[in-house]
Design a binder for this molecule. Structure first.
Ligand code: MG
Length: 130
């Protein structure tokens, strides 16, 4: 299935999105520019553009963006995802299994019973019994 403007996350597969990005790159003959080095840099740059929307505002303000600002943030998030997918395409990385394996590692690294309500292992605050 091809991705349309009316597509939703629920009816679009990761494979559909990878193909959308692959087609875009191939149509422009940009594969020659898509080394893992270049793609990792482009991804970080887009992450920086995403962060620009939150620079100098409070955490509370960042949760209450108006629709226009939220749409702009969504576009930067899409840019980050595009480069993530392009990098996976270029390197032949299987995203679903890689993410699943990484979440298994994360669950071991941050066990719920140890981490719940804390920032991490190094969080100096005493564990709350609440
Ligand atoms: Mg951008």
């Amino acid at each position: 299935m091809s991705v349309q403007e009316t597509s939703t996350d629920a009816n679009t597969s990761l494979s559909d999105l990878r193909e959308l990005v692959r087609e875009f790159v191939e149509e422009r003959n940009w594969k020659k520019f898509h080394s893992p080095k270049n793609l990792s840099m482009a991804l970080a740059i887009e992450a920086g553009e995403l962060m620009e929307h939150f620079q100098w505002i409070t955490a509370a303000e960042s949760r209450e963006l108006d629709d226009e600002k939220k749409a702009e943030v969504g576009e930067e998030l899409a840019d980050v995802l595009c480069y993530s997918l392009a990098m996976a395409n270029e390197m032949g990385i299987e995203i679903a299994s890689t993410l699943q394996k990484k979440m298994v590692k994360n669950r071991l690294k941050y066990p719920v019973e140890e981490i719940l309500g804390r920032f991490g292992h190094d969080d100096p605050r005493p564990i709350s019994k609440d």
